[in-house]
Ligand binder design. Structure first.
Ligand SMILES: [Zn+2]
Ligand SMILES: [Zn+2]
Length: 171
């Protein structure tokens, strides 16, 4: 197995450090890899491989879905992007290398980063057995994003008013 070199905090979107990461793992930063990486960095919305493919195809019509898949795996192996999983959905990709969790909105499907507070000690929150070795930690939240939550509030207020009116007319 290839030994991977990870940097704890890599300066984000710094082309030099991306080149470094790719080289450290014995790859070259080809034009295709650059395009795929840029497509994820540009929007930071946790796209699926197919979504990345659609974006890159606009600039590089010759690129294939298989190449995008392979490139995403390479970028993941180099520690430049991370897989984001949710139940049985297809993998999404995240370029944020800072400690963070993910929020999944049940209504609109948006996925966004939940940053970890810098002074919070996660190890004090989770009672991981002392001799256990943690190699991966994934924190996820599910529910309604702020937009969907405020829409829900609004619609329940409106329907509440209507019900109030109905009751009044009945009496
Ligand atoms: Zn993320
Ligand atoms: Zn939402």
């Amino acid at each position: 197995m290839r030994t991977l070199v990870f940097r704890a905090v890599r300066k984000q979107n710094d082309p030099k450090s991306c080149d470094e990461a790719i080289h450290e793992n014995g790859f070259r930063f080809t034009a295709q890899r650059r395009q795929v990486y840029d497509a994820i960095m540009a929007r930071r919305d946790h796209p699926t491989a197919v979504e990345v493919f659609m974006r890159v195809k606009e600039k590089m019509p010759s690129i294939s879905l298989a190449t995008v898949y392979n490139t995403l795996e390479t970028l993941t192996e180099c520690g430049l992007v991370k897989h984001v999983h949710r139940d049985r959905e297809s993998s999404r990709y995240c370029p944020n290398l800072q400690p963070h969790g993910h929020f999944f909105c049940d209504k609109c499907g948006v996925v966004f980063d939940v940053p970890q507070r810098t002074n919070a000690k996660v190890d004090e929150v989770w009672a991981v057995p002392r001799r256990a070795v943690v190699v991966h930690r994934e924190v996820s939240f599910r529910g309604l994003c702020p937009d969907c939550a405020s829409q829900k509030k609004l619609s329940s207020k409106l329907s509440g008013k209507q019900e109030g009116r109905k009751l009044k007319s009945r009496s």
